[in-house]
Design a protein around this ligand. Sequence first.
Ligand code: SAM
Length: 242
Amino acid sequence: MLYVVATPIGNLKDITLRALEALKEVDFILCEDTRVTRNLLNHYEINKKMISYHHHTDEKKMAEIVELIRNNKVALVTDAGTPGINDPGGILIKALKQEYKNIKIQEYKNKDEEDIRVVPIPGPCAAIAALSVSGFPTDEFLFKGFVPHKKGRQTFLKEVLGAEMTVVFYESCHRIIKCLEEIKTLMSADKNTDERGYREKELVIGRELTKKFETIYRGKIQEVLERVKSDPVKGEYVIIIH
Ligand code: SAM
């Protein structure tokens, strides 16, 4: 059995009672960076064996983890927020479901063998936290994950700007200024200056949400760019474009 447990995106108090119960109940906790998760567990005086699971976990280790989940109660957490939302969580769930399919294909002897239960324990998510304070329409929105570092960057940004709904995505502090400058350039290249034009689009940027230096920047691209530049450019960012 696998509990997919959302953990804080900064403020350690942002954890649900169910999440704490699950972390106390399980035999093992799969986590991205054991130091980050240890900090959380220490805060809540939870002492559990942690097993690291991340983007670079190889196939052999993955098979061991699947076996572990089959025979134990396991929790999956990531460094921040909801596992599976633009982090390695999704790959593990896919592997579990694939494993179940394989079992069925091989006509597994034990007819009582059930699908491995995967139980969500919902909670914080950086994209949703930022959207919740954006004031932008959220009846439909597009979540785009991280801006690609190199290849596909321009296509990604053009798609974001061309979307006819609120778009939310992540960018690292190392490229946030570059990203906003690129958005500005693409916006200036847009000939359409009426109210549906790129240039009129509003942005909200959530920096270090729920943390000590939480900042929410709102406005048109030039305003937001200047304000982001004038603050220390560090921490974590979510960008939303209306
Ligand atoms: N699964 C996570 C979630 O539910 O939020 C997202 C994982 S993604 C690998 C990590 C990215 O989320 C960071 O690089 C940053 O863009 C964003 N993020 C995480 N915590 C944040 C915070 N406190 N404030 C702003 N953005 C944050």
